[in-house]
Design a binder for this molecule. Structure first.
Ligand SMILES: NC(=O)c1ccc[n+]([C@@H]2O[C@H](COP(=O)([O-])OP(=O)(O)OC[C@H]3O[C@@H](n4cnc5c(N)ncnc54)[C@H](OP(=O)(O)O)[C@@H]3O)[C@@H](O)[C@H]2O)c1
Length: 259
C-alpha cells in the first residue's frame, strides 16, 4: 500500500542544490512538511520562498554536516516544530577526484566526515525519535560507484560502499522498530557535484551527460511512498551494476583502458 506524502515530516540534508533540492521540491508539491539543511543558508531560504505556494510548512536549519552539533540541532528543531519526524533523506554528499596513492589524508577525512560520519550522526539522532514514536523511514543516497569503484574516484566510492553497508545493517537492526531503511543508487546526474568535488578537475572520461536531478528526486519520493528499499534510478544503472557483478574483471579492464 502506498504511503500518503501529504502531512509527513521529512528532513532532507543537502537541500541547497541538486538532488536534495529537487527532492525537497517534489515532497513540498505533495504537501509534506519539509526541513531543509546544508551550509548555504541563503540558498535554503530561497528554496523555502520558492515553495511558499505549496501545502505544508518548511523549516530551515543551516549547518555543516561534519559538525556533530548539527545532527542534534536539526532533528531536535524538526521535532520541536512539527511534533514528530517521519522521514530522513540523507542526501548531503561530496565527491573527490584524484589517485588514491597521492591524495592528501586531510581530504580523506573530509570525504568520510561528510559522506559517512555526518550521515550516521544525523541518522542516530533521528532513530532515537523514530523508535520512540514507533515508526520512521530513512532514505540514504548512495551511488552506483558505491557498488563498483572507478579509477581516481576511490575514496568517494569507498565512502558510498560504507553507506551501503551502514544502510543494510540498519535495515536489519531497525526492522523490529517499524523503521524502514532504503538505499538509492543514482548514476551520473547533472548537478553542481562535479564543481563542488575536492581534488583535481575532470573525471567524466566518457563524456556522458547526467540525468536531471529531478529524476533522482522523483525516485526518492517513490521510495518514500512505496517503502522501496533498493532503488536504481535508470535501467542503465541497474544493468551496469548487475553486469559488473558478473564480470568485474572485464569492467576493470574497460575502465583502466579509458583512465
Ligand atoms: N551528481 C551525481 O552524479 C551523483 C551520482 C550519484 C550519487 N550522488 C550523490 O547524490 C547526493 C547529492 O549530490 P548532488 O549531485 O545533488 O550534488 P550537489 O549539487 O553538489 O549537492 C550536494 C549537496 O550536499 C550538501 N553538502 C555537501 N557538503 C556538505 C556539508 N559539509 N555539510 C552540509 N551539507 C553539505 C550541499 O550543500 P552546501 O554546499 O550548501 O553545504 C548540497 O546541498 C550526494 O550524496 C552524492 O554523493 C550524486
Amino acid at each position: 500500500m502506498a504511503n500518503e506524502i501529504a502531512g509527513l515530516v521529512v528532513i532532507v540534508t543537502g537541500a541547497s542544490a541538486g538532488i536534495g533540492r529537487a527532492t525537497a521540491v517534489s515532497l513540498a508539491k505533495l504537501g509534506a512538511n519539509v526541513v531543509v539543511t546544508g551550509r548555504r543558508a541563503e540558498r535554503l531560504t530561497a528554496l523555502v520562498d520558492d515553495l511558499a505556494d505549496f501545502p505544508g510548512r518548511r523549516l530551515v536549519v543551516p549547518g555543516d554536516i561534519q559538525d556533530e552539533q548539527l545532527a542534534q540541532e536539526l532533528v531536535n528543531r524538526a521535532v520541536a516544530e512539527f511534533g514528530r519526524l517521519d522521514v530522513l533523506v540523507n542526501n548531503a554528499g561530496l565527491g573527490h577526484h584524484s589517485a588514491l596513492a597521492e591524495m592528501p589524508l586531510a581530504d580523506v577525512r573530509t570525504i568520510l566526515d561528510t559522506n559517512v560520519i555526518g550521515l550516521l550522526a544525523v541518522t542516530q539522532t533521528a532513530v532515537a525519535h523514530m523508535k520512540a514514536q514507533g515508526s520512521g523511514q530513512i532514505i540514504n543516497v548512495s551511488s552506483i560507484v558505491g557498488q563498483r569503484p572507478f579509477p581516481h574516484n576511490g575514496i568517494y566510492s569507498a565512502s558510498k560502499t560504507a553507506v551501503n553497508f551502514i544502510t543494510r545493517t540498519l535495515r536489519m537492526e531497525l526492522r523490529p522498530y517499524n523503521i524502514t531503511v532504503s538505499l538509492v543508487y543514482p548514476g551520473l546526474t547533472a548537478t553542481e557535484f562535479g564543481q563542488a568535488k575536492l581534488g583535481q578537475s575532470g573525471g567524466n572520461r566518457f563524456g556522458l551527460q547526467g540525468i536531471p536531478a529531478q529524476r533522482v528526486g522523483d525516485a526518492i519520493v517513490k521510495a518514500v511512498r512505496y517503502g522501496r528499499t533498493e532503488v536504481y534510478v535508470t535501467l542503465f544503472d541497474w544493468l551496469f551494476t548487475h553486469i559488473n557483478r558478473l564480470f568485474p574483471q572485464s569492467i576493470d579492464w574497460i575502465l583502466t583502458r579509458r583512465s
